[in-house]
Design a protein around this ligand. Structure first.
Ligand code: UFG
Length: 327
């Protein structure tokens, strides 16, 4: 079986990617520093503890597994934190990725699937964002990811490293079999926070900003099911295996939901009361981020069949009731 090095393989999206890689006949090697990931989430292949800032450790792992390709998920990804601590984001995300890319090239591994973000586009007055839209990141998380996209272009020109870059919109839901799921400590993401309120782990949900220029005044996001998202990664890997050129794809559904609409849907699906209060805007948030995603559907044959809000909430709720990971 072909080994795939999965950085961030103990994290939310990386662990789901390991599951579908396994199902598709690959061996996922999870590389993670466990800063935000969980060893319990590594269930589908070997685990290598390590940090992207440690080049020697990376070289050891490339030497041990000779990966056929890399899927690069490992990153710090909290918008608010990135506004307060840009140095942390530039060091961890950009320098970490530079080490990884250099180690891959040195090991003659020249296929890489990269997790980028719609945060690279920034706030553009609510237009639907396609892959050719300009990129004006509104926070250091977005700028760090845009810098890595540029790095990949330079390394392709010089060293022939081909890549597929996916710009994610808001990832939600969980493995329907609830073997892995979303579990952050502290939690900052909307749907798991609402589920925490339902379970009495939090008193209420604070809605960050009710004065945005949107129909109900709250932010609009485009939510995509994590299983659909990781399916796209396998298609991206096959795209590279088939010898196609480097390409950027948005991963979203093209439909936006406001914070209030998400709260209403969780209330409907779970049939539970949700206490909410209104608070100020959160630094770095954009009013509306909605994807134009036809390219992935057209060119990769991607089918985001599980990305209805109802299905994402139902799968997240099923996973959430298991209580997350302990280590
Ligand atoms: N929100 C609240 N209250 C909360 C938490 C979130 O109102 O307690 C709102 C946010 O303001 C935002 C929406 O819910 O409008 C979604 O927030 P999340 O934190 O779940 O997700 P983000 O949109 O901030 O972040 C996601 C990804 C990032 C990515 C970003 C792009 O998690 O990795 O989209 O903007 F960079």
């Amino acid at each position: 079986m072909k080994n795939i090095l999965v950085t961030g393989g103990a994290g939310y999206i990386g662990s789901h990617a390991c599951k579908v890689l396994r199902e598709n006949g690959y061996t996922p090697v999870a590389f993670d520093n466990l800063a935000t990931g969980w060893q319990d989430a590594v269930r589908f292949g070997p685990f290598e503890h390590g940090d992207l800032c440690d080049r020697d450790r990376l070289d050891q792992v490339f030497e041990r597994y000779h990966p056929h390709a890399v899927m690069h998920f490992a990153a710090l990804s909290q918008v608010g934190e990135s506004v307060e601590k840009p140095g942390l984001y530039w060091r961890n995300n950009v320098l970490g990725s530079l080490n990884l890319i250099e180690a891959a090239v040195a090991a003659d591994c020249r296929k890489l699937v990269f997790s980028s973000t719609c945060a690279t586009y920034g706030d553009q007055d609510g237009v639907v964002l396609d892959e050719d839209s300009s990129q004006y990141p509104a926070n250091s998380y977005g700028s760090s990811k845009r810098a890595i996209e540029e790095m990949l272009r330079d390394f392709e020109a010089a060293h022939g490293l081909r890549s597929v870059t996916f710009r994610y919109f808001n990832v939600a839901g969980a493995d329907p079999e609830a073997e892995v799921g979303e579990f952050h400590r502290p939690e900052t993401h909307l749907i798991p926070l609402i589920l925490d309120v339902i379970e009495g782990k939090r008193a209420d949900l604070t809605i960050f900003g009710t004065d945005y220029d949107t129909p109900d005044g709250t932010c609009i996001r485009d939510y995509v099911h994590v299983m659909d998202l990781v399916d796209a990664h396998v298609l991206g890997l096959k795209w590279l295996e088939d010898g196609n050129p480097s390409r950027v794809f948005n991963l979203g559904t093209g439909h936006g939901f406001s914070v209030r609409e998400v709260v209403d849907e969780v209330r409907r699906v779970t049939n539970k009361a949700i206490a909410c209060k209104e608070g100020p805007r959160r630094d770095g948030d954009c009013a509306k981020l909605v994807s134009g995603s036809d390219r992935a559907i057209r060119e990769l044959g991607w089918r985001p069949d599980r990305s209805s809000l109802e299905r994402m909430v139902a799968d997240a709720w099923k996973w959430h009731q298991k209580g997350g990971y302990s280590s």
